[in-house]
Design a binder for this molecule. Sequence first.
Ligand code: NDP
Ligand code: 8X3
Length: 265
Amino acid sequence: MQSKAIFRIFARYNSSFMKKQLLITGATSGIGRATALRMAREGYAVTATGRRADRLETLAQEIAAAGGECTTLVFDVRDAEQVRRFLEPIERIDILVNNAGLAAGLEHIDRGDPHDWDAMIDTNVKGLLYVTRIVAAKMVAAGGGHIFNIGSIAGTEPYENGAVYCASKHAVHALSQAMRADLLADGIKVTEIRPGMVETEFSQVRFHGDRERAAKVYQGVEPLRGEDIAEAIAWAAQLPAHMNVNDMVLMPAQQAGAYYTHRNR
Ligand code: NDP
Ligand code: 8X3
């Protein structure tokens, strides 16, 4: 009787450990939340991170109710010490999705708010670096892994009023290419996903909570949804070992780039 119980505990522990481990930042909303749900459905043991604990708790319950596995970690990617404290103890990470990010403000450079600039650079660039530093070292030691960086079309198309956000995503684009080279001999794939317009909390955050202004961004357009980006990540993650997607640009059919959107009247 006792040995059966021990066997069951061992089997559960073993099957959990055998699952591929995925860590995603910014899983409380939008692309991150959709990707966590999707990848849990694909059979990954998901570690979902973000600052809003209640949102992560709801996500973990949703994943568990669907038979998946989700651990949550509440920390701010801008704080290098928190990142180290929460991520260092994790034994294995097969896939990292660097998703946490934001745009703050939409202004000409002479009117931009330096607090917004700090938030974007500290999150989109430095936060991504802090997380990657710790996780990539684990992947190198393990002899493989796959890193997804969520860039943007803003990473190659600078636009009026978006100087600092565009600069931060240009940095993500450069980092993705350079880290791919750095990690090449270690068997670590690096995939950059660069979406156009995706309807999430992104525009609400950009306009500091102004929902009406945020809604106008998507007027007359069928934007992408977080689930569409999750679909792309799920596809790229399951490719054979010899094949990698370096850079994937995804847009709504009604968008041709940062400057061209066809809106229904
Ligand atoms: P959301 O605002 O819906 O989600 C952003 C996520 O990032 C949230 O989970 C938020 O969690 C997290 N986050 C923000 N700051 C921090 C921080 N300091 N520490 C930890 N987590 C943080 O937007 P999206 O889902 O759209 O954005 C996800 C990524 O996609 C971003 O990198 C964005 O730049 C990129 N992107 C978005 C596009 C779009 O049109 N929506 C297009 C192209 C790229 P919490 O607040 O709980 O910490
Ligand atoms: C988000 C897309 O066009 O608002 O990265 O910069 S855009």
